[in-house]
Write a new protein. Structure first.
Length: 177
């Protein structure tokens, strides 16, 4: 599995059997490839501050690849009002971190009220409202924790009605392929 972790609030400590150790915080994208096998843990080391995070799992193109770890900080200003490619295996995406899946890309954005973005047209799109409230063209309102999955996504517009953070998967693989 390709495991992508995105922290919304607080800090999450990662440790694995290949010697990687780090603290993941808001704006730091992290990917661990479980590959041929790895032991790992993520935990909140704070006794007083909660951690709120999203962990997403994607099937890699190949099996039995060596385990690996990658992280990269994303400029918070870049996330404001536009789609930023957080993780991708697709050529030409210029992602902060890579994936071992040539058909997948994860984008993120933070929107202020009234700001909008267009989803990328793709065979499959998964939109997750990580925080806030948005209106999705042709669908309606989405609140924190809501998700929508599209087939043959046509680039619909998403507009924030309150400060919001969105995570959007774009997939170009055929099912069963």
């Amino acid at each position: 599995m390709e495991i992508v972790t995105w922290v919304l609030d607080g800090e999450l400590t990662h440790q694995d059997s290949t010697g990687n150790r780090g603290v993941i915080y808001p704006g730091l994208a992290q990917r661990m490839s479980a590959g041929s096998g790895i032991l790992h843990s993520e935990k909140n080391d704070s006794a007083t501050e909660p951690v709120h995070f999203v962990q997403m799992w994607v099937v890699p193109d190949e099996t039995a690849i060596p385990p690996s770890y990658q992280q990269h900080e994303i400029d918070g200003k870049a996330l404001l009002g536009g789609l930023v490619t957080i993780a991708s295996g697709m050529p030409g995406h210029g992602a902060a971190i890579g994936l071992h899946n040539r058909a997948a890309a994860l984008h993120g954005t933070r929107l202020r009220p009234g700001n909008a973005v267009n989803l990328h047209p793709a065979p499959y799109v998964h939109l997750f409202a990580a925080r806030g409230r948005v209106t999705l063209e042709g669908i309606g309102d989405l609140e924190e924790g809501d998700a929508v999955r599209f087939t043959d996504a046509d680039g619909r517009r998403v507009t924030a009605s309150e400060p919001s953070e969105l995570l959007i998967w774009e997939m170009h693989a055929k099912l069963g392929a």
